[in-house]
Design a protein around this ligand. Structure first.
Ligand SMILES: Cc1cc2nc3c(=O)[nH]c(=O)nc-3n(C[C@H](O)[C@H](O)[C@H](O)COP(=O)(O)OP(=O)(O)OC[C@H]3O[C@@H](n4cnc5c(N)ncnc54)[C@H](O)[C@@H]3O)c2cc1C
Length: 435
């Protein structure tokens, strides 16, 4: 059982059940590399693997441990899509830039599961599909419209009637929904630790407890010196993959993301009777309101549910009252079960609710801002960042380069996020009353 207060990482179900991390140490002597990557999470490690497989000499630096950011704490849902559907992406980026991105989005879950097989990654992967449940007819129409948009790119998303969503989700709270069969779930800490193992086997050097304090561009503009308190790495390219844990090491970058918190709870292993009722096909589920609630089983049949969290990194018992209440509203049977694990971490929100890839200075590449969708998109972004360094074409370097906006009065946005959350909860209640 969880002892509060908690740090949100070591208290997690994933920490209790993950494969071991490879042994790593801090950087203590100054070295050279072709590419240095800041952040040993899903994004940075996927980029590292791609580069190393192309004979690039890569060093990864992390301030903490492997997967100590969101990658080791998340819900492990390998989902499809961003906050905008294909039409919205075309409107946002223009057709030429959006098209490779939409195709990449369509192949995201399959890419993650293919990599898991290809690299022999041991992370309890299950590709049993994703149920999106709508709580209002308006929400259902929007889901169906987006499914039609994806169909134009050859991706079929199944529409679920009220009876079908009731049966597949095990909840009577939805008016209908859609089912994405390509999606699924992983043990996220195992996935990321295993990515680190694969990267090391491919020749990557990973240094932990190595906070990057400064970046200095070489006089010829062909590279960078990336320094920690003890040593430095000189490299031609720098990849910044710090997402919700971004600080101001790259000047002005922290203002381009607001870190909001998401929290998770996990039940005791559920009885066979409850498993037959709740998510009987072991799909993942999202209660698709403005304030989403998401859930799935782990390998031991514990149900995990996730929700928004408070605007701080250390959590107390009261922080988890709402997510349990919402989980029980969805599944009243859970009122009788024990909640064994509580944890949480930072989700990076961007001004346009879309991830960004940009190069603020020559050979300094920044990829982040998944708005809660970084298991699949972080994998894809890492691959796209590597493709950019390798000068591959738009199919592989599919992420459009943008110039992300800053949040003006950034500190106030953290407070603003609380206000927005309350407002959206109210709108959700009104929507579900309207039906
Ligand atoms: C509770 C929760 C639930 C979530 N659920 C899902 C889900 O089910 N599905 C989904 O798709 N997404 C989910 N997400 C989002 C997803 O986890 C993230 O988008 C993804 O893990 C981001 O990976 P990353 O590698 O970019 O960043 P991270 O994993 O956050 O890694 C960033 C790393 O950068 C390091 N760092 C920062 N600054 C420095 C520095 N100066 N020097 C050195 N290192 C530095 C940090 O130590 C950290 O390890 C969830 C997130 C949370 C918090």
């Amino acid at each position: 059982m969880t002892q509060f207060p908690i740090d949100g990482f070591t208290s997690s179900l994933w920490y209790a059940t993950a494969v071991d991390a490879p042994d790593t140490e801090a950087l203590t002597e100054s070295i050279q590399a072709d590419v240095v990557i800041i952040g040993a999470g899903i994004t940075g490690l996927n980029a590292a693997i791609e580069l190393a497989q192309n004979q690039v000499n890569v060093v990864v630096l992390d301030a903490g441990v492997i997967a100590g950011g969101a990658s080791g704490r998340n819900g492990g849902q390998v989902n499809l899509g961003l906050n905008k559907g294909p039409d919205g992406l075309i409107e946002h980026y223009g057709e030429a830039s959006a098209t490779p991105l939409i195709h990449a989005i369509c192949r995201t879950p399959d890419t993650v599961f293919d990599r898991i097989r290809q690299f022999g990654i041991n992370c309890d992967a299950e590709q049993n599909g994703w149920i999106q449940g709508a709580v209002s007819l308006r929400g259902l129409d929007a889901m169906r419209a987006q499914a039609d948009e994806y169909a134009r790119y050859g991706l079929s998303i199944e529409e679920l009637s009220k009876a079908e969503v009731d049966r597949q989700s095990g909840s009577s709270q939805f008016v209908g929904g859609v089912f994405v069969k390509q999606s699924g779930s992983i043990q996220p800490l195992s996935y990321t630790r295993e990515l680190a193992r694969v990267a090391i086997e491919a020749g990557v050097s990973i240094y932990t407890h190595s906070l990057v304090e400064t970046l200095r561009q070489l006089a010829n503009h062909n590279g960078w010196i990336v320094s920690t308190a003890l040593a430095s790495v000189t490299a031609n390219h720098v990849l910044v993959c710090t997402n919700g844990y971004t600080d101001d090491t790259v000047s002005g970058l922290a203002k381009k993301v607001v870190p909001v918190r998401s929290i998770q709870v996990a039940t005791e292993p559920l009885s066979e009777e409850l498993q037959a009722k709740i998510l009987p096909n072991r799909s993942t589920v999202v209660d698709k309101r403005r304030m989403i609630l998401y859930g799935r089983y782990d390998r031991d049949n514990r149900l995990t549910m996730g929700d928004r969290g408070p605007m701080r990194d250390q959590f107390c018992e009261d922080d988890f009252a709402d997510v349990k209440k919402r989980a029980i509203a969805l599944y009243p049977e859970l009122s009788e079960v024990r909640w064994d694990y509580h944890w949480g971490g930072r989700v990076a929100i961007t001004k346009d609710y879309l991830p960004f890839l940009f190069e603020p200075a020559r050979h300094l590449h920044v990829g982040m801002g998944y708005n809660g969708r970084g298991v699949g998109m972080g994998t894809m972004m890492g691959m796209a960042m590597a493709a950019r360094v390798l000068n591959l074409g738009p199919d592989k370097a599919f992420m459009p380069e943008t110039s992300p906006d800053e949040f003006i009065f950034h500190a106030l946005h953290e407070i603003g996020a609380e206000v927005v959350i309350r407002w959206e909860m109210l709108m959700d209640r009104i929507d579900s009353m309207r039906g």
